[in-house]
Design a binder for this molecule. Sequence first.
Ligand code: NAD
Length: 253
Amino acid sequence: MTTDTVRAAIVTGAARGIGAATAKRLAAEGFAVAVLDLDEAAGKAVVADIEATGGRALAVGADVSDEDSVTTAVQRVATELGAPAVLVNNAGIIRDNMLFKMTVSDWDAVMNVHLRGAFLMSRAVQSFMTNTKWGRIINLSSTSALGNRGQANYSAAKAGLQGFTKTLAIELGKFGITVNAIAPGFIETEMTAATAARMGISFEEFRDAVVQQIPVGRAGKPDDIANAVAFLAGDGAGFITGQTLYVAGGPTV
Ligand code: NAD
């Protein structure tokens, strides 16, 4: 791409884990990338990595669950990087507990980041995409959408994102905008490390037990998801929309 055809991409929750890998991958594909995260300082380190390899990026501190924060962040991206053409709704949290122990704040916190966050971000970027008649929205779901003990809140949010994805695909298709979800299985990040800690076992013990159930015989890495995002964000994926792509090292039931 030449300078004047560079497209801007926003990756939420991009200061670490899957989001950081995705931001770096999209920068390598030629996008100018907004590394949006609650943790702006950590986002700056991801931006420095991207710039060190010749890419263009901007660290943006924002809370995806807060309407004013989202509006300000998206305006800043449009001014400093260009009209957002790609949005990856990746920011996420877990507040796992069995139903009888799950608090209302555990429930609300997870809904607010995953569902309200994806809604606010998508609504904020859509006019930029409809104006240019090109856009890509990619939502991070999870295999937990199919049901996972201790994750009533997270499972409901991730299944909700699949419905959100299908509906946006129907509404935005005529504007050249595709909307898809990626549902990762077990990926090695701080999120899965936190799950091991909550279970009171070492990360290696947790990972090795999970890997026993994964047909390809290994845990996923953030780059496994970044690769799928890069494919769906590309021009070649323009006829794929409203889909959920499971990236889990095996089939899902
Ligand atoms: P992570 O915990 O390593 O990183 C999440 C990032 O999101 C952090 O940098 C955090 O600061 C940011 N964030 C949290 N709340 C935010 C908010 N309100 N506004 C802005 N940023 C916020 O997580 P990860 O493992 O990289 O997961 C990324 C996404 O992939 C999440 O949506 C997660 O649910 C999903 N996912 C992960 C796995 C896995 O195995 N790791 C599996 C399936 C789905």
